[in-house]
Design a protein around this ligand. Structure first.
Ligand code: FES
Length: 177
């Protein structure tokens, strides 16, 4: 029962339901076993159970991009994905980008460009940008804007976000010529 929020434990006791089956997850290279109803959004499990609160809850409806994580390397809205549907697949959150004490080049570029104000959208922006640069190492400004359209920044930091993604693309190309 350790991985189940108290409210769900109470619910299962009151209704006499069985514990949900264990679901195996691989997050940031670590393996976890969690017990949640199959349709629970991945976002809730990441934040409430695994303590990975860098992934943000914005709209909860797939519209803002704040909850973006990588599933097998592709950016996905974790509020719209059931935890059971990604069992066994590789999940990366913002906490998993840093390696050996070094920020990922996209994280570093956002920091260097000051590409945030309130920063609520930043994790999602960075995860989407990492996904973009994996498939398109030299995107045009128009392609970056198009790709990040689903990530909302209410502060209007878009020019600096664009600069950061451009700089990150260049840094990644220099790392992997
Ligand atoms: Fe998932 Fe807004 S919280 S898209």
């Amino acid at each position: 029962m350790r991985n189940l929020p108290q409210i769900l434990i109470d619910d299962f006791h009151v209704l006499g339901k069985n514990m949900p089956d264990a679901i195996a997850l691989e997050v940031n290279g670590k393996k976890y076993s969690v017990h949640y109803p199959a349709d629970t959004p991945l976002l809730y499990v990441l934040r409430d159970d695994l303590g990975l609160t860098g992934t943000k809850y914005g709209c909860g409806e797939g519209q803002c991009g704040a909850c973006t994580v990588l599933i097998s390397g592709a950016p996905r809205r974790s509020c719209q994905i059931s935890v059971s549907s990604i069992a066994g697949r590789s999940i990366t959150t913002i906490e998993g980008l840093e390696k050996d004490g070094h920020l990922h080049p996209v994280q570093q570029a956002f920091l260097d460009a000051g590409a945030f104000q309130c920063a609520y959208c930043t994790s999602g922006m960075i995860m989407s940008s990492v996904g973009l640069l994996r498939t398109k190492p030299k995107p045009t400004a128009a392609e970056i804007m198009q790709f990040l359209q689903g990530n909302i920044c209410r502060c209007g930091t878009h020019p600096r976000i664009l600069e950061a993604v451009n700089n990150a693309a260049q840094a990644l190309r220099e790392q992997n010529p």
